[in-house]
Design a protein. Structure first.
Length: 184
């Protein structure tokens, strides 16, 4: 892709970051972390980590998604510290109070650890939704990817986030993020 088009996609990523930052947050407390990645070497590092995770876990979609990251011009990472409750005692985490949630032993899955504060996850979802709405308005192809977020966590890219989603971005004649087949 030409450098002018790549720069435009990077600018779109920055505008998406603004949308994520200004999205409404529970209790007005902003625990969302955001990072734009546009350096080709950094994108490759994330892609390689995705392939490693895919091989370790036997999840072929990580390997397929790594190809998408390599072909992308930019990547937006959005995460939250899911272990930090919003002190609403809502029970959405599986514990009756936030104090009991704080005492819970966190257990690792194959990507994330939990339990997680339901309101932190909602804040993440709203921020991601606001970001991809902006990408849509700008006609920038994108796809929300769990696999990218897991690689970002492993690489420690967002220092305070325990749940991360990645949004790779590109501008080709046809979106590279759909009609995909897993690597065999």
């Amino acid at each position: 892709m030409g450098s002018d088009l790549k720069e435009s996609v990077i600018q779109a990523a920055k505008l998406m970051a603004i949308s994520a930052r200004t999205a409404p947050k529970a209790r007005g407390i902003d625990d969302v972390e955001i990072m734009v990645v546009a350096d080709d070497a950094e994108l490759e590092k994330i892609a390689k980590t995705m392939e490693e995770i895919g091989s370790e876990l036997g999840k072929k979609f990580f390997i397929r998604d790594a190809d998408n990251v390599r072909k992308s011009d930019a990547l937006l990472l959005i995460g939250v510290k899911a272990s930090k409750p919003k002190d609403l005692d809502c029970g959405g985490c599986g514990y009756p109070t936030c104090e009991e949630f704080r005492k819970a032993v966190r257990k690792s899955g194959s990507g994330y650890s939990g339990p997680s504060c339901a309101f932190q996850l909602m804040d993440l979802g709203i921020a991601v939704g606001s970001a991809v709405k902006t990408a849509s308005l700008l006609n920038v192809d994108n796809r929300i990817m769990f696999s990218v977020g897991v690689a970002a966590i492993r690489l420690g890219l967002l220092k305070n986030s325990e749940i991360v989603l990645g949004i790779p971005l590109s501008a080709y004649g046809k979106s590279i993020y759909f009609d995909r087949k897993p690597k065999t």
